[in-house]
Design a protein around this ligand. Structure first.
Ligand SMILES: Nc1ncnc2c1ncn2[C@@H]1O[C@H](COP(=O)(O)OP(=O)(O)OP(=O)(O)O)[C@@H](O)[C@H]1O
Length: 276
C-alpha cells in the first residue's frame, strides 16, 4: 500500500509535472519504434527475443533451486548472448531508426520539389497509366517518387533528365534495350529528374515470394528515405507500390492511382468535381 502511495506521488501530475512529460516521451518513442518495425521481419525476431527474455527473467524466480543447470545456462549463456545478438539481428531496423532521426530536418523541407496539386495529380495519373501499360506489355520498371527527403545524391549516380513527366516518355525509357531502360527512374514533382539510377538494395528478402533485385531496390530506397516506389515486375506483370519498406502488390491502375493520391495527400474528388 505504501509502495502504491509512493508510486502515485511520483506519477501525480500535480506533485510531479515531469512524470506526464516523461510518460509521453517514452510512449512516443515506442510508437515511433513500432512504426519502424511494423510489417517487417523484425516483428517475428522481436517476438522470439521477447519470449527468450521472458524465460530468462522468470526462470531464476520460479525454478532456480530445482532446475539449476538450465537456470545457469539461461542466466549465464543465453542472456549475454542476446545482448550481443540484438544489434546484429536488428541492424537494418536500427540503421533505419537512426537514419530517420537524422532526417528529421526533412520535416521542414517542401515535399515533391514544391510541386502544386495539379502537377502532382498529373504525376499520379501518368505513373499509374504508364505502370498499367508496362504491365500489359510485360516490361519491368522501377519508378521512385521523391517526397521530403532529397534524392539528388542517388539521381547524380544516374543520367539527369529533368524532363516534364509523360506516359510516352516513361514507356520510352523502360522500353527493353533502350539506353536508359535499366535500373530506376526518379520523379520530383511533375518532372523525371533522372533515369538509370542505381538504388540501395534492401536486406529484407522475406515476403510471399523471393524478391529479385528490382523489388529489393524498391524496398531499399523506401527503407532509407521517405520516397515511394512503383514497381512493375517483368516476370509476372504485377504492379506494386512500396512505402516505408512495405510492399502492396497486384494493383490495378485505379487502385495504384488511389493509393498514390492517398500517400501523396492529393485529393482525387476535386478533380472529379472539376470534370463534371
Ligand atoms: N540496385 C538497383 N537499383 C535499381 N534497379 C536495379 C538494381 N539492381 C537491379 N535493378 C533492376 O532490376 C532488374 C533485374 O530484376 P530482377 O529480375 O533481378 O528482379 P525482380 O525483383 O525479380 O524483378 P522482375 O519481377 O521484374 O523480374 C535489372 O535489370 C535492373 O533494371
Amino acid at each position: 500500500m505504501i509502495e502504491l502511495e509512493r508510486l502515485w506521488t511520483r506519477l501525480n501530475p500535480l506533485t510531479s509535472p515531469f512524470a506526464l512529460i516523461d510518460i509521453f516521451i517514452v510512449t512516443a518513442f515506442f510508437y515511433w519504434l513500432l512504426g519502424i518495425v511494423r510489417g517487417t521481419r523484425a516483428v517475428q525476431l522481436l517476438r522470439g527475443v521477447g519470449i527468450l527474455l521472458a524465460i530468462a527473467f522468470l526462470m531464476p524466480a520460479i525454478a532456480s533451486d530445482r532446475l539449476t543447470l538450465l537456470t545457469w545456462l539461461i542466466v549465464n549463456v543465453i542472456s549475454p548472448a542476446l545482448i550481443v545478438a540484438i544489434p546484429v539481428l536488428f541492424q537494418p531496423e536500427l540503421r533505419r531508426a537512426l537514419e530517420s532521426l537524422g532526417r528529421s530536418s526533412d520535416l521542414f523541407g517542401r515535399p515533391f520539389g514544391g510541386a502544386n496539386r495539379s502537377e502532382l495529380l498529373e504525376t499520379i495519373t501518368v505513373i499509374s497509366r504508364a505502370a498499367a501499360q508496362l504491365s500489359q506489355q510485360g516490361v519491368g520498371a522501377l519508378i521512385v517518387i521523391e517526397r521530403r527527403t532529397q534524392l539528388q545524391e542517388f539521381a547524380d549516380r544516374g543520367v539527369i533528365l529533368d524532363s516534364r513527366i509523360s506516359t510516352p516518355l516513361l514507356l520510352n525509357i523502360f522500353f527493353p534495350n533502350s539506353p536508359l531502360h535499366d535500373m530506376a527512374v526518379i520523379i520530383r514533382g511533375n518532372r523525371i529528374l533522372a533515369a538509370n539510377v542505381v538504388l540501395p538494395l534492401s536486406e529484407d528478402i522475406s515476403g510471399p515470394r523471393r524478391y529479385g533485385t528490382r523489388h529489393r531496390a524498391a524496398k531499399g530506397i523506401t527503407e532509407q528515405t521517405d520516397a515511394l516506389a512503383v514497381v512493375v515486375s517483368e516476370e509476372t506483370g504485377a504492379i506494386s507500390l512500396v512505402s516505408d519498406g512495405r510492399m502492396v502488390s497486384y494493383l490495378t491502375e485505379t487502385r495504384l492511382r488511389t493509393m498514390l493520391a492517398d500517400l501523396m495527400q492529393v485529393p482525387l474528388e476535386k478533380e472529379a468535381k472539376r470534370a463534371a
